[in-house]
Write a new protein. Structure first.
Length: 381
């Protein structure tokens, strides 16, 4: 993985970039765009960050296209209308969540760019195609009816139907989900119950497998929406290309304490592997919180756990393409940023305010890694 770093004085934006390339094969970029000026209105900040995004794509990676972007907002109820007006005909999957950037700005942006892909947008999905694979993104799925359990059940059953339109299934093709939960201390249990039941109905059990996932505090603009869902599925891969990461020296099975997700998933192509690490906190192999009340020690254990998952896929932290770090308490930001700048100095990363699913967890992270491989039995990416 190659890392670079740019600052646009014109747009007052910092871009942290990872680049994965193998000769003339598709090149992949992860970019975190963050503002360096805080004393602007949301409209000004949005204009600056979108301007930096367009300039970066046009001048630095003109051969690549954005396939996925996520906007992190500080106050979605007051920001969503303006943001959505700027997104007309956006040719990529767009995720939007209220998780305030911890650098004190109103908006941050995570982008994934890839070259040599055929892009297809429909009312229900965004699809990037190459070499027989279809990468299918569904974002900003939400419902305002019922409590968190009812909303989660509806979101997942609707998502199952969306997948069926593409002749794929939740069990065979969904690789990654993100559940953003408003008032997570109250609403998380409803999500867990509904997800477990829908998964079981779709053949996802402890005896088979689950889906890599992040379940974290966050919200949609409508206060009636308790749960917001993003999802990623892959069509065209063989079952033997998918590896579910356990790292049993560090973790127990999530089902042992009632939840249903994989710690991580690796997808092996002919020339590379994508390693999708779920939201990971300071947990031990009995399911207990490690180092309650100590954010630095929790950060160390969290990264140790991530390293164990990466190692199972033959990856290391030097292969990480991007990181999101979630903090329960904004007062921990300065401490954790110094920690992350030391432990993950070059990796594109962003820090957002989001409560973790257990009150004693002060910090959580998720990441994606890409490594070069040679698997002649599989089609190349």
């Amino acid at each position: 993985m190659k890392y670079t770093h740019f600052i646009s004085d014109f747009y007052n934006v910092e871009a942290q970039v990872s680049r994965f390339a193998i000769n003339e094969k598709p090149t992949e970029y992860h970019v975190m765009f963050q503002l360096t000026r805080r004393n602007m209105s949301f409209a000004e900040q949005l204009n600056h960050i979108q301007g930096a995004f367009k300039e970066f794509n046009k001048t630095r990676i003109p051969s690549a296209n954005a396939v996925f972007v996520r906007y992190f907002l500080s106050d979605s109820a007051n920001q969503i209308d303006l943001l959505q007006k700027t997104l007309n005909n956006t040719p990529c999957a767009v995720s939007i969540v209220e998780q305030a950037p911890l650098n004190g700005t109103k908006v941050a942006l995570w982008c994934v760019f890839q070259s040599d892909l055929e892009l297809e947008s429909s009312p229900d999905a965004f699809i990037a195609k190459h070499n027989g694979y279809s990468h299918i993104w569904n974002t900003y799925l939400h419902s305002a009816q019922g409590d968190s359990e009812e909303q989660t059940r509806k979101l997942l059953t609707d998502y199952v139907e969306l997948l069926r339109k593409h002749n794929i299934t939740l069990a065979d093709n969904c690789l990654r989900t993100w559940f953003y939960v408003q008032n997570i201390d109250v609403n998380y249990n409803g999500l867990v119950k509904a997800r477990r039941e829908v998964f079981a109905a779709e053949g996802l059990t402890d005896a088979s497998h689950f889906v890599a996932s992040t379940g974290i505090g966050g919200r949609q603009a409508d206060s009636k929406c308790s749960v917001l869902l993003d999802a990623y599925a892959l069509k065209g891969a063989k079952p033997e290309q998918i590896q579910y990461l356990k790292a049993q020296s560090n973790f127990n099975r999530t089902s042992e304490y009632g939840v249903t997700f994989e710690r991580g998933t690796a997808v092996h192509y002919g020339d590379r592997a994508h390693v999708l690490i779920s939201g990971t906190a300071s947990i031990d192999n009995k399911g207990n919180v490690v180092c309650p009340g100590e954010v630095n020690r929790q950060a160390d254990r969290m990264l140790e756990n991530v390293e164990a998952l990466l190692a199972e896929a033959k990856a290391t932290v030097s292969d990480i393409a991007s990181v999101i770090i979630y903090l329960r308490d904004f007062a921990d930001y300065t401490t954790v940023k110094a920690w992350a700048d030391y432990r993950l100095p070059d990796v594109p990363k962003t820090f957002v305010l989001a409560k973790v699913c257990r009150p004693n967890w002060l910090i959580e992270m998720e990441c994606e890694a890409i490594i070069e491989e040679q698997n002649p039995e599989f089609a190349e990416f």
